[in-house]
Design a protein around this ligand. Sequence first.
Ligand code: URA
Length: 199
Amino acid sequence: MTLDELRAEALTCRECPLSDRRTNVVFGEGNPKSPLVLVGEGPGETEDKLGRPFVGRAGQLLDKALADAGLSRDHVYIMNTVKCRAADWSTGKPVNRAPTEQEAVACRRWLVPQVQIIAPKVILCVGAPSAKNLIKKNFAITKERGIYFPCEYAKTAIATLHPSYILRQMNISGDGGYSLLVSDITRAWQAAQKLLNGS
Ligand code: URA
């Protein structure tokens, strides 16, 4: 199956209740031949509206971090653990929330073949939910970010801080961990290049 065929199927998915309220399935985009894939948590409001990953405030910070690492979106492929927006609708107005375990499990039917088709050398998990899904269940982001782990879907996987977390931390102190995001992206890219060149 090709990535376009998988995308076409994913766009019709009704596997979990997130499909009831979505505007768009946010499948993923970028360079499908890249040795580096970035996997975030799930779409927020702007991503749901536009059908593209990481295009809201967190996405703008991710773009800046990619640029500071000497990269652009065209160098990598960007996707999420879940493809539809997870939100709490109890007040009538949607408030973003983390996807549940069941939602993440349901969406593995897209995530796993998507990564298998791209077959990256390195997966960069952006945030804890992605690392818990792709590296190990009990991943501890503050202790274990920046470390290379074995991964079923790539030669190695590494996790970094989520830009939304960094934006919240920036209000409290310093760069909020932004420099760690840039250095993790830089190292993940260097590792991917090395693996690509067989060294
Ligand atoms: N946060 C994510 O994890 N993914 C997006 O696409 C946007 C925000």
